[in-house]
Structures are given as structure tokens and as C-alpha cells.
Ligand binder design. Structure first.
Ligand code: NDP
Length: 293
């Protein structure tokens, strides 16, 4: 058996097209253009790539993109002052501070200084609390994109056993909350989990968000399970090049799983698409307009 490939790239393109349509409509009907501000501190190469890609896709769906690049030595007061100005700017509906921040900056303090209504990453403690209590929240983009693919593939997730590997605030924990909200029985595994392969073997749904290249092996997967591979790892390849792999050993997992997301082309494109969708939602809420579905 070979698993069905869940095509995040095509799914994300569909979301972006719907966002673009909605942006056109609110621009024509209400004279409002959604705006996303992205703040990058320092020169981390991966972050620069993400920020460039976010800016490009923001403009492609008809939104305004505001990029703020600050040097790596920027002090906390300067960064907080910028966020205060973005909070007050009516042209900005979404604010994203690219993580990780340089170590001298307190990420929690910075994230919690963003107006929760503009927190399109869903990392502010207010949004975390709203999500955790099943209330309307800004939902972190990577878990949201993963959930959308799962719902699309399965319809209802009710009663399924889900194992999330990883307990980070940006992926693992919100993913677990979302799956719980969809009535899965959720296990969250992490670096201290005993006999991880046995834990994963019980799962109807496996979400791998570990940051370890190809760690999850095919023989850990229950036959027919759905595997969402959040990992993005760059590893050496032939000819001195590099290539991207996930946290799942794709070639063995694809033989056992019922469905699987590839890397690249799975969760990655969904993350930015969900960021754009969240920005549109924030804009509609700010102006009392009909929200996208
Ligand atoms: P973190 O490093 O913050 O968290 C990794 C988690 O994995 C931790 O909870 C850690 O456990 C757990 N872990 C580490 N080693 C093991 C192990 N051997 N066995 C079991 N659990 C382990 O990573 P992120 O959550 O930020 O990201 C995870 C992956 O997802 C990365 O590859 C990242 O690049 C990718 N990513 C992809 C995105 C996308 O758009 N597709 C967006 C964000 C991230 P402990 O808590 O005990 O240390």
C-alpha cells in the first residue's frame, strides 16, 4: 500500500485564491485594504527567506505589506516602541514578529505587547487562552493549516487517536488544543516520552513537530494512519548540495500510512496561506465586515 499524498501546495493555493477574492470584495464594497506588518530583527538567513516569501504572498492576494527590518542589536525599548506604533496604525490589521528573536530580547514580553486583535500568529497569551478554552481566537498558522488538511481528508476527526510529537508553544501545544477541540483523544509526546515508537503506533493521526530530520520511521506508523509532517530540516545532499526533509522518514512512512504530507509541499505552504487568512479575518473584525469562512 502507498499512502495518499496530501497536497498542501494546492490546498494553500486554493486558500490564497479565496482570500484574494474576499480582499477584492471588501476593497470595492468597504474601501478597506487589509495590511500585514512583519517585523524582522537581525539577519537570520532562514527568517529572511520566510519574511520575503510572506511579503510577496501578501501583495499577491491584494493586501498591503509593511516590512520592518531592524538590526540584530536593536534594544527592547525600540522594538516595543515600533510594536506600539503598529498597534495604533489603522492601516495595519496584522502584526507578525518573526521568531526566533536575538537572545537579548524577551520574546514573551515582545509577543504579549502586540494587540491581541492584530496577533495573526496567535501567540499572544490572550489568544492562547481563548484557544485553550474553546473561544474565538487567532489560531497559530502552522497548526491551523495542519488541522485544515486533516479535516479536509477525514471530514470528522471525532474519536480518533492523535499523537502530536513536540510540545512547543508555536506548534505542538496549539496543535493538541485544536485536535482536542475536534474531539480527538490527544497524546502529546516530547523528548522525555518513553518508548515513542509504541506511543506513535497507537495513533490514527500523527503530527510530527520535532525538528529532527526523518526521525519518525515507517515501522512506528499504524497502517492506514494519517501523518502530518510539520518538520522542515535542511540536510546535506549529494554534490555538496542540501535538501529539505521533514521529521518523518518519508520513504518508509509512505509505505504504511493511509495519507501523508510531503516535505516540501505539505504543511509549509499552508502556514503562509493561513497567515494571510488570519490577517483578512483580523481586518474584517476591525471593520465590522463579514468574516471569511
Ligand atoms: P521546537 O524545537 O520548539 O520543539 C521541538 C519539540 O520536539 C520539543 O517539544 C521537544 O521536546 C521535542 N523533541 C525533540 N527531540 C525529541 C525526541 N527525540 N523525541 C521526542 N520529542 C522530541 O520546535 P518547533 O515546534 O518550533 O518546530 C518543530 C519543527 O517544525 C521544526 O522542524 C521546524 O522547522 C518546523 N516548523 C515548521 C513550520 C512550517 O511552516 N511547516 C513552522 C514552524 C516550525 P522537549 O520539549 O522535551 O524539548
Amino acid at each position: 500500500m502507498t499512502a495518499t499524498l496530501i497536497d498542501g501546495k494546492a490546498f494553500a493555493a486554493g486558500i490564497r485564491a479565496r482570500v484574494a477574492d474576499h480582499v477584492t470584495r471588501i476593497r470595492e464594497e468597504a474601501g478597506v485594504t487589509p495590511g500585514l506588518a512583519v517585523v524582522l530583527v537581525g539577519e537570520d538567513p532562514a527568517s529572511q527567506v520566510y519574511v520575503r516569501s510572506k511579503g510577496k504572498q501578501t501583495v499577491e492576494v491584494g493586501m498591503a505589506s509593511f516590512e520592518h527590518k531592524l538590526d540584530a542589536e536593536t534594544d527592547e525599548a525600540t522594538l516595543l516602541d515600533l510594536i506600539a506604533r503598529l498597534n495604533a496604525d489603522p492601516a495595519v490589521h496584522g502584526i507578525l514578529v518573526q521568531l526566533p528573536l536575538p537572545p537579548h530580547l524577551d520574546s514573551d514580553l515582545v509577543i504579549n505587547s502586540i494587540d491581541p486583535a492584530k496577533d495573526v500568529d496567535g501567540f499572544h497569551i490572550s489568544n492562547v487562552g481563548l484557544l485553550g478554552t474553546g473561544q474565538k481566537a487567532m489560531v497559530p498558522c502552522t497548526p491551523l493549516g495542519s488541522l485544515m488538511m486533516l479535516r479536509d481528508h477525514h471530514g470528522s476527526l471525532s474519536g480518533m487517536n492523535a499523537v502530536v510529537i513536540g510540545r512547543s508553544n508555536i506548534v505542538g501545544k496549539p496543535m493538541a488544543m485544536l485536535l482536542l477541540g475536534d474531539s480527538c483523544t490527544v497524546t502529546v509526546a516530547h523528548s522525555r516520552t518513553k518508548d515513542l515508537p509504541a506511543v506513535v503506533r497507537r495513533a490514527d493521526i500523527v503530527v510530527a513537530a520535532v525538528g529532527r530530520p526523518e526521525m519518525v520511521q515507517g515501522d512506528w506508523i499504524k497502517p492506514g494512519a494519517t501523518v502530518i509532517d510539520v518538520g522542515i530540516n535542511r540536510i546535506p545532499a549529494e554534490g555538496g548540495k542540501t535538501r529539505l526533509v521533514g521529521d518523518v522518514h518519508f520513504d518508509s512512512a509512505v509505505q504504511v500510512a493511509g495519507a501523508i504530507t510531503p516535505v516540501p509541499g505539505g504543511v509549509g505552504p499552508m502556514t503562509i496561506a493561513c497567515l494571510l487568512a488570519n490577517t483578512l479575518t483580523a481586518c474584517c473584525r476591525a471593520h465590522g465586515l463579514v468574516e471569511p469562512e
